[in-house]
Design a protein around this ligand. Structure first.
Ligand code: FAD
Length: 658
């Protein structure tokens, strides 16, 4: 029982307290009387323990709170904070952690998905033709404005925008003043602050768009950043989105630079729901994904959120412009790169330590309709990495595939780990006679995808794909491809889930290992681990693909390998996604955990430059080593935003005090 680990005093004390009836009665009464919109379920205390996707750990919480609104979370945290019983609070997304990171023993689990369920999509959209698209009856609550370079006017109820004087030259700073009268004064372009457009607003607000995409408020303080959006087009939904967790989507103009808009998402929303909602209702889509989408917004943003789009847009944590967070004293704080930035950067990749994300503003793109999905095979690791890296070379990367990943597989007819894992549909066959005689025990597959529209002629898609593949040196005759809808592509792992559920391996333990490894050491990792320790595979995918460091903001809590001048700003993701049948059909999970340990020991002994992704450590010393030069900042932020160490105890980083 990991919670009894000798260094984990938090859990030890919780376990003791949980066995104390007097404690339970007292705390139960407090929680029974708490005034929230959602519900408090005490059954878990009496019933069996709760496991996560990893299936190796379990916990027995005092209660599970099904939050309905973010105020519920604030109330629960305040109660825990004021309790004399060292109660801790764990936000639980979809509980897809491997090592009990969303667990709490004797404390309170806040079920974030219930909050998402409670929220309805509520959108008002101005489209390019100036018409309004509304999914809400009370559309007056929301106000959306679109600045168009064409100078077209757009009106939404009481909001009037005069764009006549909007400059076509978006390179200049642009200022616009909104006045209560509805008149607009423009100085060379566009701006926004929606507070000034509400009926109740008493003040005039000014903002400046700078080339950087930053917006300057009239108090002279930078209050927003929109990443790569540089055109004078902006929509602020702050007013209508701050008080609830409804999905809110805004449109940016088609030529609006890096993004087409943004969505305000509940922290407990699952990415699969977000995809459905954004595509079906708006034809928009987040830009950066995970491979599997039944994970929550708050859960992946607390780690990073990585998939094949990250080489272009960075991980999911790089596609958030604003967060609403309930911190460790129960206060609700809005933060962005320029507003409460310490909290914003802390929370992104922050393993839930600084607050519970109740809302995240996520950048969107116009969703492609179709995807060509391809896999090509390599026998040599250096050829595989050279080609994968070449596709994401800065400058070329914008004119490359839209998704780039890769994996290692076994050079055999093993149905789970070998050749059969490469073809993309049942009609395709892997022909091993196409492999060079020099091929070793393991092979590599580069996996890429190209977005296109229904209107694109197939010959155009072929042409682009052929042009991009021409430069690559994969094994002749080992190229596989299918065309499918964008949604089906993004839901590809969901289909695998169904199969795994049918075989009983979805619910078996999953001792996964995820790492980031410096490019400098990835060839050594191949030699020491892939070619020595993993020649039989892991019973599931072994992902290995490059990522670009400059797409990851160093100010977030995410930890990457050190790297140096020799690595060209590249590091690799390696993920051992073990899917073995439950013991005794498969090996006992302890054996697989031991293999993970052996891999890590090999890396440490050989001084490979690596970091765990989705880290799991139990000792403070280990966490310190993990965070290295970010440790002091991490500790300072903890002291600032969760001084009593109430939040996310399952990460085993800090222990609850006073
Ligand atoms: P949980 O497991 O419920 O929580 C994770 C941690 O975040 C906990 O500490 C919890 O307390 C905290 N937390 C949860 N919600 C919030 C919130 N709203 N605010 C603050 N803290 C919160 N990761 C990738 O990057 N790319 C992938 O392609 C990928 N694929 C995966 C596929 C599968 C099948 C699985 C099981 C995992 C995958 N992951 C992937 C890992 C996944 O991103 C993390 O495990 C993530 O934490 C799971 O999200 P969740 O919603 O289930 O979070």
């Amino acid at each position: 029982e990991r919670f009894l680990h000798k260094n984990n005093n938090v859990i030890e004390s919780n376990t003791e307290l949980n066995n104390n009836e007097e404690f339970n009665d007292d705390v139960l009464t407090q929680f029974q009387n708490v005034d929230i919109h959602g519900t408090v379920d005490f059954n878990p205390a009496a019933s069996s323990t709760i496991k996560d996707f990893g299936g190796m750990h379990s916990c027995k919480p005092l209660a599970v709170v099904k939050a309905a609104v973010s105020d519920d979370i604030a109330s629960i945290i305040k109660l825990a904070s004021n309790s004399h019983h060292h109660i801790t609070v764990a936000a639980r997304g979809n509980n897809h952690s491997i090592n009990g990171q969303a667990m709490v023993n004797g404390g309170v689990i806040v079920d974030m998905k219930s909050m998402a369920k409670n929220s309805k999509t509520h959108v008002v959209v101005f489209q390019e033709n100036g018409q309004t698209k509304s999914t809400s009856k009370n559309s007056k609550e929301n106000q959306v404005m679109v600045f168009q370079e064409s100078g077209h006017d757009m009106v939404n109820g009481e909001v009037f925008i005069d764009m006549k004087s909007t400059s076509k030259n978006s390179k200049k700073n642009q200022v616009m003043v909104f006045q209560e009268s509805g008149q607009t004064m423009v100085n060379d372009g566009g701006f926004i602050d929606m507070k000034s457009t509400s009926k109740n607003s008493k003040t005039t607000q000014v903002a400046v768009f700078k080339e950087s995409g930053q917006i300057m408020a009239n108090d002279g303080v930078l209050n927003e950043s929109l990443g790569s959006i540089t055109t004078p087009i902006f929509i602020d939904m702050t007013k209508s989105t701050s008080k609830n967790s409804k999905t809110q989507v805004s449109f940016f103009q088609k030529n609006g630079g890096g993004a087409a808009g943004y969505a305000d998402l509940c922290g407990g929303a699952m990415w699969s729901e977000v995809l459905k909602d954004c595509i079906e209702n708006y034809g928009l889509s987040p830009r950066s994904w995970t491979d599997y989408l039944d994970l929550t917004v708050g859960g992946t943003l607390s780690n990073a959120g990585v998939s094949g789009q990250a080489f272009r847009y960075g991980p999911q944590t790089e596609n958030v412009t604003e967060l609403e967070v309930v911190i460790g004293n129960g206060e609700t704080v809005i933060c962005s790169k320029t507003l409460n930035s310490d909290l914003y950067f802390g929370v992104l990749g922050g393993l839930g330590q600084f607050g519970i994300i109740t809302r995240a503003r996520i950048l969107l793109q116009h969703a492609p309709q179709m995807v060509r999905w391809l896999r090509v095979v390599y026998s040599e690791f250096n050829e595989f990495t050279k080609d994968a890296e070449s596709l994401m070379t800065p400058g070329i990367e914008a004119d490359s595939f839209d998704y780039i990943e890769g994996f290692m597989f076994v050079n055999s007819d093993d149905p789970v780990n070998g050749w059969a894992t490469v073809p993309l549909d049942r009609q395709q066959r892997f022909d091993p006679t196409r492999l060079p005689v020099s091929a070793g025990p393991v092979l590599y597959c580069l996996e890429v995808a190209l977005h296109y529209s229904n209107r694109d002629h197939w010959s155009k898609v072929d042409m682009v794909v052929d042009r991009l593949l021409k430069r690559l040196s994969f094994c002749d005759g080992l190229r596989f491809e299918v065309d499918l809808s964008y949604v089906d592509f993004l839901l590809r792992v969901k289909r695998a889930e169904q199969e795994a559920r049918d075989n009983g391996i979805w619910d078996a333990p999953h001792p996964w290992l995820n790492m980031f490894i410096s490019k400098n050491d990835i060839a050594r990792f191949d030699r020491l681990v892939f070619k020595k320790l993993l020649t039989g595979g892991v019973g599931g995918p072994i992902l290995v693909y490059p990522l670009l460091r400059h797409k990851w903001d160093a100010r977030t809590s995410v930890v990457l390998p050190k790297g140096d001048d020799r690595d060209g700003g590249i590091f690799y993701l390696v993920a051992l996604l073990r899917f073995s049948p439950p013991y005794p059909k498969g090996p006992p999970f302890e054996e697989l955990v031991a293999q993970n340990r052996e891999i890590l020991t090999t890396c440490i002994r050989n001084e490979l430059d690596f970091k765990l992704y989705l880290p799991h450590y139990e000792l403070e010393e280990e966490w310190k080593q993990h965070f290295e030069d970010k440790w002091d900042t991490f500790v300072e932020r903890k002291a600032k935003f969760d001084p009593k160490c109430i939040l996310a105890p399952g990460q085993l980083i800090f222990r609850r005090n006073n």
